[in-house]
Ligand binder design. Structure first.
Ligand SMILES: O=c1nc[nH]c2c1ncn2[C@H]1C[C@H](O)[C@@H](COP(=O)(O)OP(=O)(O)OP(=O)(O)O)O1
Ligand SMILES: [Mg+2]
Length: 197
């Protein structure tokens, strides 16, 4: 597979930055935003389904092989919510509203019951109708803080406490987050599958 031209099926600038940093110079990720501003509806019931749906859509629009990232935050106390609905948790009002709603949902919940996982599924399709998408998954275990902390990253990072570093994931340097995050784990697997260094 020629991977010098790969389109990233994401309108999220934070993901593009992280994934490009992880891939290095060998692969140039082009944003789907160069081709279309229309975001496909994420109608799947799983991260896998939504990742494949986004990848196929981007491959169709761009004519290039496409990588999609479907990710989210699964909170134990909320039975895995917001999960695949993480981006839409506060009805599309954005990251700050999502974080405020999550803090409210966990008000007065003690630390021991605030466990959560970031989930990332990467899907790579060679073309829009690829019958064998490459799928890689990564999980990152942590806990939901009682208040936002840190300026790096995006999304729920300011609320996600990283036990192995004793900071929020928004307090990690971008390079550090990219070594240990759910996305980093999924990307490690993808690199192995593609025999990339
Ligand atoms: O490392 C992360 N650090 C913090 N938050 C994160 C992370 N990874 C995913 N998240 C959150 C952001 C969003 O609320 C949802 C992903 O939703 P998701 O649909 O996959 O992405 P999106 O709509 O932002 O962009 P797009 O679908 O165009 O790729 O999970
Ligand atoms: Mg999305």
């Amino acid at each position: 597979m020629n991977l010098t031209q790969l389109v990233l099926a994401s309108h999220n600038a934070g993901k593009l930055k992280e994934l490009q940093a992880m891939l290095g110079e060998a692969v140039q990720l082009r944003s789907i935003g160069e081709f279309s501003q229309v975001e496909p509806e994420e109608t799947g019931l799983s991260f896998v389904e939504n990742a494949i749906l986004k990848a196929r859509n981007a491959a169709r629009i761009s004519g290039l092989p496409a990588l999609a990232d479907d990710s989210g935050l699964a909170v134990d106390f909320l039975g895995g919510a917001p999960g695949i609905y993480s981006a839409r948790y506060a009805d599309g009002k954005g990251d700050a509203a999502n974080n405020a709603k999550l803090l409210d949902a966990l008000k007065d919940v003690p630390d021991a019951m605030r466990g959560a996982q970031f989930v990332c599924v990467l899907a790579l399709v060679r073309h829009a109708d690829d019958p064998l998408p490459i799928l890689c998954e990564g999980l990152w275990h942590g806990r939901i803080l009682h208040a936002a902390s840190g300026e790096h990253g995006f999304g729920y990072d300011p609320l996600f406490w990283v036990p192995e570093r004793n900071v929020s994931s928004a307090e990690l340097s971008p390079a550090d987050k990219n070594r240990i995050s759910h996305r980093a784990r999924a990307m490690d697997l993808l690199r192995q599958r593609l025999s990339l260094k």
